[in-house]
Design a protein around this ligand. Sequence first.
Ligand code: ADP
Ligand code: TRP
Length: 328
Amino acid sequence: MPRILTALQPSGILHIGNLFGAIEPMVKLQVDDNENLLFIVDYHAITVPQEPAELRRNILFATATYLAAGIDPEKTILFQQSRVSEHTELAWILNCLVHMGELERMTQYKDKARGKGESVSVGLFDYPVLMAADILLYDTNVVPVGEDQKQHVELARDLAERFNSRFGETFVVPQPQIRKEGARIMGLDDPEKKMSKSASSEKNYISLMDDEKAVLKKIKAAVTDSGSTISYEQTRPGLANLLTIYSLVTGKPTDQIVNEYEGEGYGDFKVGLAGAVSAYLAPIQEKINGYLQDEPKLLAILETGAARAQAIAAKKMELVRQKIGVKL
Ligand code: ADP
Ligand code: TRP
């Protein structure tokens, strides 16, 4: 059975880009002949400063959101990274195999460390090694990630091969599965760049928790171009992005939406889109709130997930300790 694994950082805001680009693809992978793991990488999150009470809230919020979006904890092992200490243990061993130069080349590190000089944390530098441990612990075959994480998965492959050649066959060499561009949602205020919670304005994204009023306001303010008819063209990236969102929330092909708005202007189109987005989000929001109000249930789900993950991870660590010679 192919083992498919991915992980997301706990953050206070999740937007429709995260939903369509990362969470829904994982929901679709929940088919009988896959074994899935999905976890919340809280130890990756602390590579940049986090406020403890907020981090706790964000972990619960992320869990509630995955469940609301359709992650079934029976079909997917859903857990919190910090609860399975084998992740950090294996990271230490991999630290002793990775080269400084390999980590210095990581573009995410270079981007995040820029301007910080010598005060950048060692955790941020080491981030990809913890991620390699996340993946290798579970004999993962496939790692669905966004394009920006491909380099990290390649490091995990290199470390698996290095370990195997030094100590004998131990780790499965994982394959990255880069999500198709189709699921990429662009910023509402800047359709040339992807929608992101770290954008400079809240008008960039639609949060999964935005109410009807906020959705309407943001969509009305969304950048479109100077044309006046509704059509899907690469030369009109703002409108193309709105049509993509419209199609994702209604399940209708963009052609059909274009036909429905024939002869109408941006105004009606935007009001229609805002209504469709809110209608799509309403049941998800209701479920998220339901889970958040039942914290014992969320904790129980994470507990079961951690136990299932740890059963796999502990066995692997036993083998690793034996291979490197520390198991007596
Ligand atoms: P953000 O840029 O908002 O901080 P992250 O980098 O935390 O988002 O991404 C979390 C996951 O969501 C990643 O797997 C990423 O590929 C996916 N993702 C983020 N933004 C988008 C987007 N605009 N469209 C599609 N997928 C996205
Ligand atoms: N670094 C990934 C991101 O920011 C999250 C992550 C951590 C991950 N460990 C992982 C993704 C293991 C896939 C597999 O998106």
